[in-house]
Design a protein around this ligand. Structure first.
Ligand SMILES: [Ca+2]
Length: 522
C-alpha cells in the first residue's frame, strides 16, 4: 500500500520540478506560510459534482479512453483520493449528506426522490427538511455569497428551491433528471424561481459552466461558495456533434456519447480554471471535485446505464458495495495542500463542509459528522487509516472500520471482509468465521448506529437493485422489471412487484411500520 503521505518528503522538490517544466503546476506560494493565510482571507470554495461518474472514469483514475486533461490537472495541482466515499449510492441522499455535513439518514432523507414517487414529491412537498442547515448557512457568517448551479434533487416543490435553503443564487433544475440537448425543454431550467427561456439551442453542460463563470465574475471581490452540480455524465446520453467529433473511432454510440459528455464536463472545468487564473483567484480558491455516487455501469441507457466504469470494484449505483459508494475525488488548494499527491486514507463527502468551515477560519460545529481533513492532508495529523464510516440506504446497511467492511444487503444476510485485501468484495473471501470477534464488534456497532437513525420521510426501493443483490446471493427467477416512470398505475404496479420480491425471497415486509414509514406508500 502506498502511504497517504508517502510523497510528502519530495513535495518541495516536485514543486520545483513542475515549475521548471512549466506545464500544469503548483503555485509558488509556500506551504509554510499557509496557516497564517488560512485566517487572513477566507478562500473561495467551489464544489464541482459530477452525476453518476464511476471511480475509473477519469484519465487520472486510469480510464484509458476518457479524456479529462483539465480535471487531471486539478489532481496534478492538488490531492487525488483513492478511498473517497459518498454517503449514499444515489443522487438525493448523497447530495443531502454532502451539503449538510450530516448523514442524511439522521433526518429521513434516505432514498431518492423520483420514480416511482415523482408525482408524490411535489404534492407532499418531500425534500430537504428546512431545519437542517446547509453549506451557505454555515459560511454566511464569514462573508460568503453562495450559488447552486445545476441539479438540485432535494425537493421539487417551490418551498424546496435552493433559495429557500440558504443559497443566494440558483440556476438549474429542481428534478433528478433533465435533457442535455433539448434543455431548454422538458424539465424547466430555473433562474431563481423563474423559468429560463432560450433564444437558441443550448447544451446543458456548457450552459451550467457559463452560469458558474458568471457567478464567479460577479462575486470576485468577496468570498464565494459555488456548488456546481453538473448533470453529466448521467443519462440521457446526449452530446452535440462538436464533442462527438472528438471520438470518431469509437464504434459504440453509447460509449461515444459518454466520452463526448465527459469531454464537455472537462472543458467546463478548464474554462472555470482559466477564468479563476485570469482574475487571480485560483490560488485563494479551495476546489473539490467528486461524483454523487458510483457509476451505473452497463450499456442500456433505458435502464439508467451510462457505460461508466467502477473497476476494480464490484457494485454499481444503487448498492453499498464499493462500486456504488466509492467515487473519484480531487481537492485542490494551492499553497495549503500538497500538489500532485495521492491520498489512500478514507475520506467522505461529509468532510467537505467541516473542511470548508475550517478553511474559512472557523471551527466546525459539533453536530457535523465529518472531519476537517486539512490537518490530515498537510501532515499535521497522521493518516486516516482506522476511520469508521457507516451507511444505510433503504434496507441495505454497511460499515467500514479500518481495513474491514461489513455489508448487509438486506436483513439476515451479511458480507464481511478485509476490503483492502479483497477490493472486489469476492463473496468466497468472507471472514465471518476467521475473525468472529471483529465481525461481532462491527455488526453490533452497525445495528446500534442504524437504530439511532430517523424513520425515512419517504421510501423508495428499486426492483432492479433488489434483483442484483438477490442474484449475488443466488436468489433467482425474478425477471419482472419496469423501467422508468410512465404512469401512476405502473408506478403502483412497480411498487407491488418490489414488495412481492422482498416478501417471497426474504420474508421482509416492506410495508412494515417498524421497517419504514407507512406514510410514504403510494
Ligand atoms: Ca447520481
Amino acid at each position: 500500500m502506498q502511504s497517504p503521505l508517502s510523497e510528502f518528503p519530495d513535495f518541495l522538490m516536485k514543486k520545483a520540478l513542475l515549475l521548471l517544466m512549466g506545464g500544469c503546476f503548483f503555485s509558488a506560494a509556500a506551504i509554510s506560510s499557509v496557516h497564517a493565510a488560512e485566517k487572513a482571507t477566507p478562500p473561495n470554495i467551489i464544489i464541482i459534482l459530477a452525476d453518476d461518474l464511476g471511480w475509473r472514469d477519469l484519465g487520472c483514475f486510469g480510464s484509458g479512453d476518457v479524456k479529462s486533461p483539465n480535471i487531471d490537472c486539478l489532481a496534478k495541482e492538488g490531492i487525488r483520493f483513492t478511498t473517497a466515499y459518498t454517503t449514499a449510492p444515489q443522487c438525493t441522499p448523497s447530495r443531502a449528506g454532502l451539503l449538510s455535513g450530516i448523514c442524511q439518514s439522521r433526518f429521513g432523507v434516505e432514498t431518492v426522490i423520483g420514480a416511482p414517487f415523482q408525482k408524490f414529491a411535489e404534492e407532499k412537498q418531500w425534500g430537504m427538511p428546512h431545519e437542517i442547515r446547509l453549506f451557505p448557512d454555515y459560511l454566511k457568517p464569514y462573508g460568503y455569497v453562495s450559488a447552486c448551479v445545476g441539479k438540485w434533487h432535494l425537493g421539487y416543490s417551490e418551498d424546496h428551491n435552493p433559495l429557500h435553503h440558504g443559497f443566494d443564487r440558483f440556476v438549474g433544475f429542481l428534478h433528478g433528471g433533465s435533457y442535455f440537448l433539448e434543455a431548454p425543454g422538458g424539465i424547466p431550467i430555473l433562474d431563481g424561481t423563474k423559468k429560463v427561456t432560450f433564444d437558441k439551442p443550448a447544451y446543458l453542460t456548457d450552459y451550467l459552466t457559463d452560469q458558474a463563470i458568471e457567478f464567479i465574475g460577479a462575486n470576485k471581490h468577496r468570498p464565494f461558495f459555488l456548488y456546481l452540480a453538473q448533470f453529466a455524465p448521467h443519462v440521457p446520453l446526449q452530446a452535440p456533434q462538436e464533442y462527438l467529433d472528438r471520438f470518431p473511432d469509437v464504434q459504440n454510440p453509447n460509449r461515444r456519447a459518454f466520452l463526448a459528455m465527459m469531454s464537455a464536463l472537462d472543458d467546463g472545468v478548464g474554462r472555470i480554471m482559466d477564468f479563476l487564473k485570469a482574475n487571480h483567484l485560483d490560488e485563494n480558491t479551495l476546489i473539490f471535485f467528486t461524483s454523487d455516487n458510483g457509476g451505473p455501469t452497463g450499456d442500456d441507457p433505458d435502464k439508467g446505464e451510462n457505460t461508466s466504469r467502477n473497476d476494480p470494484f464490484t457494485g454499481v449505483k444503487g448498492d453499498l458495495l464499493e462500486g456504488g459508494i466509492r467515487v473519484p475525488c480531487i481537492v485542490r488548494w494551492p499553497g495549503h495542500l500538497p500538489a500532485g499527491t495521492v491520498y489512500d486514507g478514507a475520506v467522505s463527502t461529509l468532510d467537505f463542509l467541516p473542511t470548508s468551515i475550517a478553511a474559512a477560519g472557523g471551527t466546525p460545529p459539533g453536530q457535523l459528522e465529518g472531519l476537517n481533513i486539512l490537518p490530515y492532508l498537510d501532515g499535521r495529523k497522521p493518516p486516516l487509516v482506522d476511520r469508521t464510516l457507516f451507511w444505510r440506504f433503504g434496507i441495505e446497511t454497511a460499515v467500514r472500520s479500518g481495513d474491514y467492511k461489513l455489508f448487509r444487503p438486506y436483513p439476515g444476510v451479511c458480507e464481511f471482509t478485509n476490503i483492502r485485501e479483497n477490493i472486489t468484495e469476492d463473496l468466497t473471501k468472507g471472514l465471518e468465521s476467521e475473525n468472529p470477534e471483529k465481525f461481532r464488534e462491527m455488526d453490533r456497532a452497525l445495528s446500534e448506529w442504524s437504530g439511532r437513525l430517523a424513520v425515512p420521510i419517504w421510501k423508495n426501493f428499486f426492483p432492479e437493485v433488489a434483483l442484483r443483490v438477490l442474484n449475488r446471493h443466488q436468489y433467482k427467477g425474478y425477471e419482472a422489471y419496469l423501467p422508468g416512470e410512465t404512469s401512476l398505475e405502473e408506478n403502483k404496479r412497480k411498487w407491488e412487484i418490489t414488495k412481492k420480491l422482498y416478501r417471497e425471497s426474504l420474508g421482509v415486509d416492506l410495508d412494515s411500520p417498524a421497517l419504514l414509514s407507512k406514510e410514504a406508500s403510494p
